[in-house]
Design a protein around this ligand. Structure first.
Ligand SMILES: *[C@@H]1O[C@H](CO)[C@@H](O)[C@H](O)[C@H]1NC(C)=O
Ligand SMILES: *[C@@H]1O[C@H](CO)[C@@H](O)[C@H](O)[C@H]1NC(C)=O
Ligand SMILES: *[C@@H]1O[C@H](CO)[C@@H](O)[C@H](O)[C@H]1NC(C)=O
Ligand SMILES: *[C@@H]1O[C@H](CO)[C@@H](O)[C@H](O)[C@H]1NC(C)=O
Ligand SMILES: *[C@@H]1O[C@H](CO)[C@@H](O)[C@H](O)[C@H]1NC(C)=O
Ligand SMILES: *[C@@H]1O[C@H](CO)[C@@H](O)[C@H](O)[C@H]1NC(C)=O
Ligand SMILES: *[C@@H]1O[C@H](CO)[C@@H](O)[C@H](O)[C@H]1NC(C)=O
Ligand SMILES: *[C@@H]1O[C@H](CO)[C@@H](O)[C@H](O)[C@H]1NC(C)=O
Ligand SMILES: *[C@@H]1O[C@H](CO)[C@@H](O)[C@H](O)[C@H]1NC(C)=O
Ligand SMILES: *[C@@H]1O[C@H](CO)[C@@H](O)[C@H](O)[C@H]1NC(C)=O
Length: 846
């Protein structure tokens, strides 16, 4: 059979000379791409011959070059003038935005037109997603090749790929998609490729849009053995198929009225599975004495069980519901009049489709969406990163791998290697949607920000390489836990400790290096202050602020905070100033004065109590610093650091909203203004440990490390269980340090206080008399020694926070065991701790 895919361009031009401009809404859902149309040229435009809106294809493909057919060729459709060709890469894909589950008629046209003046006609393959559709071979097709398929996309994006198969360069002229009703052109499997669509007329008119609202192309066909009958009236075409009325105005009958109506079609591919569609509409008003009745024989077999008698000016469509193969690739249709019929059979139009199996499932849609977002986020314009990432396997995107062994399950991405890819920015959250990922290599890039917690939730991950980047912050505990279960995690540096959980510390003295990395001077100040606050009685001096030990009786048990209880990041809220006013009931209840403003009590929705610090306008801290601080505080999560609930940054109104600590600050308890109870020795040790844990987190858990620089009793807050939390840490650092990551060398903040009694060896003279000797002297001595060690002028000899925590914990354990009181409650935090530090740095025996 003659090739139906050749478009008779000349005829088209002639036919569409007069077209009423159609309304754009009639083309709803249409995608009409004029390939190679420079986006700068008027796009979209109305194709003068059809009234269709065409736009440039440039938004749908990242690759290819623009060409134009030889100007000396006869005039053709405007959309056929430019084209896109693909000298680079094997597979180049259009990414079309479609509606999942919609039945589309997709048409691709390629018209070579000697655009490159080489006279080499291209031959290449077209793929829909991962599946081969058809070969485009323009040899001897001077007017081009047009291919159609009726396809239901499985996702909201559709990849149309041109695959180079030989030496010639793939090129494309237009891409058109037309949504069809979902109950039309149904196939048992695969998709339907158009083979034939013609109407029986002696004219040479080709019909398409707007005659056909679905923009099917109807070619004219006539045979000398037929006679045409026609009408000028319009038929009712509303049987779903919406065959153009102009198609239904003419019909053919056999010239020999007693003969059969006989049509044969030869297939290019003899094994094709064929679906047949026949459209009938009676064009003659039959007197009552006349009848037109016939049976349909398809490849010699009577079909459709029913005698056909087309109604006057009303469409009947007869179609197959199962596909057939035609013997030897020759399909034969016969319409045979019944004995009763007074008139010969009639036929208006015919369509033939072949089944195209698309066996390969597309890659898991979530993976596709995620990897495309990752591609976009990092600007990875790789020629091979087009179309389906995993399949067909020969076009697997480079630097990734997939699990695509089972053809009946959608492949998924298991390996992503973007090492040395010049990535910038943070680790993209979209990575977590690659749920089947087993290996992730992002090493040797310029990535910044945190190591995200979500990596720990990717259950198949076995290897993560993040080394040689500029990542900061802590490594999430959950990820460290995964590491213990066998995940291989490669990151820069060696400071992997998170709040004392040095899971993989193998090297000795690592914590000491960490301390040196921070500021030894600062660390010293912190420790001195910390320990001394609790241990030593105040010398009579005017400096009553810090060191006044205060007797407090504690009724409830003090519960140790398990150090693995690192709080998971919660979303911080941004409040408006009016919300801040509402929360604080118009600043009704001041709690105290902080570094940069007054702190007020507040509550959110009557449920969550908060402390709101309004930054005074006189504060030297600028807006930029405030913002930087908020961002910093957002990163910091630890049970021994007061957590930020939210903030307000309307210009002129800066506020930080913290969790509320019901027992106020430590100074308050030590100053005697609280009540008459004495903070027990064990409670004091616990508070010291809590504070040390908080500091240790800042020094070791955070990268870059942070220094509090203003540890004092007013900045140590106590919750209802007398667990201690540090406050004001980020703010004070920022104000006093100014620049980023600057390591201070001078002692700042509130200086520590070392009582001269310490040298005398009389513990009773040193301890707070209000404790009335209610402490274990062994633990008191250990604590004292720790304090002395912290005060050592040589930074080499000073312990780091990790060691301080360990030592304080042992003091506490010893204190509790001597008192026979709650000993077990401190051991719960131990199993996860695997310590490894140089004990020479710790106090030796007295
Ligand atoms: C492909 O198209 C979809 C739908 O319009 C879009 O979300 C996605 O970003 C596109 N991908 C690429 C690589 O252009
Ligand atoms: C066309 O036919 C359908 C049913 O076949 C009918 O519902 C509709 O009213 C008809 N339209 C006209 C204009 O006669
Ligand atoms: C018309 O067809 C019949 C049946 O096929 C045949 O007998 C007859 O000869 C034909 N007439 C002409 C003029 O071809
Ligand atoms: C119809 O066409 C087929 C194939 O060309 C032929 O074998 C058959 O004899 C024809 N039938 C009639 C009645 O002409
Ligand atoms: C022929 O027509 C008559 C009357 O219309 C009908 O009763 C009969 O069933 C028809 N016979 C066939 C074979 O269609
Ligand atoms: C690959 O996918 C198959 C089917 O989904 C699954 O059974 C198999 O475990 C997967 N293999 C790997 C290595 O992920
Ligand atoms: C990632 O690719 C780089 C460079 O090709 C290679 O050296 C490295 O081993 C790969 N990473 C993994 C985890 O396979
Ligand atoms: C992950 O996929 C889900 C849908 O499966 C989507 O809602 C979510 O936004 C995606 N997350 C990211 C970070 O892209
Ligand atoms: C991790 O990445 C770094 C930098 O590319 C490389 O030197 C190192 O060998 C990688 N480690 C593994 C286990 O792939
Ligand atoms: C990081 O960025 C800088 C500046 O753009 C560049 O010189 C350097 O090569 C990049 N490093 C990596 C590993 O990509």
């Amino acid at each position: 059979m003659e090739n139906s895919h050749e478009i008779l361009l000349v005829a088209l031009i002639a036919t569409f000379a007069v077209i009423h401009l159609s309304r754009a809404e009639d083309q709803e859902g249409f995608i009409s791409l004029d390939c190679g149309l420079p986006p700068s040229e008027a796009s979209p435009y109305i194709e003068p011959d059809t009234g269709l809106w065409y736009s440039s294809d440039s938004g749908f493909i990242q690759s290819g070059k623009i060409g134009k057919i030889d100007a000396s060729l006869p005039k053709t459709l405007k959309s056929y003038v430019t084209l896109r060709y693909f000298p680079d890469g094997i597979r180049n894909c259009y990414n079309l935005s479609v509606k999942q589950g919609t039945n589309y008629l997709m048409r691709v046209t390629a018209l070579y037109g000697n655009y490159d003046a080489l006279n080499i006609t291209p031959k290449y393959d077209l793929y829909v997603g991962p599946n081969y559709w058809v070969t485009i071979d323009l040899e001897n097709r001077i007017s081009g090749q047009s291919e159609e398929i009726i396809y239901i996309p499985r996702s909201n994006s559709l990849d149309l790929c041109l695959v180079k198969t030989g030496t010639t360069t793939p090129m494309i002229t237009s891409v058109e998609l037309r949504p069809l009703a979902n109950d039309l052109y149904i196939t048992e499997s695969g998709s339907l490729k158009s083979l034939k669509r013609y109407f029986l007329t002696s004219s040479d008119t080709i019909l398409s849009y707007p005659n056909d609202v679905n923009d099917r192309i109807w070619e004219p066909k006539f045979d000398p053995e037929w006679t045409q009958i026609s009408t000028t009236l319009e038929a009712n075409n509303s049987n779903g198929f919406l065959v153009p009325r102009n198609v239904l105005k003419t019909a053919a009958i056999p010239a020999n009225a007693t003969a059969r109506f006989n049509i044969t079609e030869e297939l290019d591919f003899p094994d094709d599975q064929i679906y047949l569609y026949l459209h009938f509409s009676e064009v003659q008003s039959l007197p009552i004495s006349e009848s037109r009745e016939f049976d349909i024989f398809w490849n010699g077999q009577r079909q459709f069980d029913k005698t056909i008698s087309p109604e006057y000016l009303k469409t009947t469509t007869i179609y197959s519901t199962t596909p057939v193969t035609c013997k030897g690739g020759v399909c034969n249709l016969e319409l045979i009049r019944t004995t009763n019929s007074t008139l010969p059979p009639l036929l208006n139009a015919i369509e033939l489709y072949a089944v195209v199996e698309f066996p390969q499932l597309e890659t898991n849609e979530n993976d596709v969406v995620a990897i495309r977002k990752i591609k976009a986020i990092y600007g990875l314009n790789r020629i091979a990163w087009q179309g389906d990432p995993c399949v067909p396997q020969k076009f697997l995107w480079d630097n990734l791998n997939c699990n695509s062994t089972d053809i009946s399950t959608p492949p998924s991405i298991t390996y992503l290697n973007l090492s040395s890819s010049g990535l910038e920015g943070t680790i993209a959250a979209e990575i977590q949607n690659l749920t089947h990922l087993e290996k992730l290599d992002l090493s040797n890039n310029n990535l910044t920000g945190d190591v995200p917690e979500f990596l720990a939730n990717m259950k198949y991950l076995m290897l993560i390489n993040l080394s040689k980047n500029n990542l900061i912050g802590f490594i999430p505990q959950a990820l460290l836990d995964r590491e213990k279960e066998g995940l291989q995690l490669f990151v820069d540096g060696e400071h992997r400790c998170l709040s004392g959980l040095c899971v993989t510390v193998t090297e000795k003295k690592i914590p000491v290096k960490t301390v040196a990395f921070v500021s030894s001077a600062t660390v010293m100040a912190i420790i001195v202050v910390l320990v001394l606050i609790f241990l030593f009685k105040k010398k009579k001096s005017s400096n009553s602020e810090v060191l006044q030990p205060l007797p407090i009786k504690l009724g409830a048990n003090v519960t140790s905070t398990n150090i693995s209880e690192i709080s998971i990041e919660v979303k911080k809220k941004k409040f408006t100033y009016s919300e801040v006013m509402e929360i604080t009931k118009n600043l009704a209840r001041p709690l105290g004065e902080g570094g940069f403003g007054v702190v007020y009590h507040g509550d959110i929705n009557g449920s969550q109590q908060v402390a709101v610090k309004l930054l005074s306008e006189s504060s030297t801290q600028g807006y930029k610093e405030f913002k930087a601080e908020v961002e910093l505080l957002m990163r910091v999560h630890h049970v021994n650091l007061v957590s930020l609930v939210g903030y307000c940054d309307e210009r002129g109104h800066l506020a930080l909203v913290y969790e509320y600590m019901s027992n106020g600050d430590l100074k308050h308890h030590l100053s005697g203004k609280h009540d008459s109870s004495v903070l027990k020795w064990s409670t004091r040790l616990q508070i010291a440990m809590d504070a040390a844990l908080g500091l240790e987190y800042l020094h070791i858990g955070c990268r870059p490390p942070m220094v509090h620089r203003d540890v004092k009793s007013t900045n140590i807050l106590l919750d209802e269980r007398f667990s201690a939390k540090l406050a004001d840490f980020g703010l004070s650092r920022s104000v006093q340090l100014g620049g980023e990551y600057h390591v201070p060398t001078v002692v700042a903040g509130t200086p520590g206080y070392l009582d001269p009694d310490v040298n005398r060896g009389d513990i009773t003279g040193i301890m707070d008399p209000n404790l009335h000797g209610d402490y274990n002297s062994h633990s008191a001595w250990r604590a004292l020694e720790l304090a002395m060690l912290c005060a050592n002028p040589s930074s080499e000899k000073r312990p780091n926070m990790f060691q301080v925590v360990i030592e304080l914990k042992e003091c506490l354990t010893s204190e509790m065991s001597m008192k026979g009181n709650g000993q077990d409650m401190y051991s719960q935090s131990s199993p996860k701790v695997s310590m490894s530090y140089d004990t020479k740095d710790l106090p030796s025996a007295r």
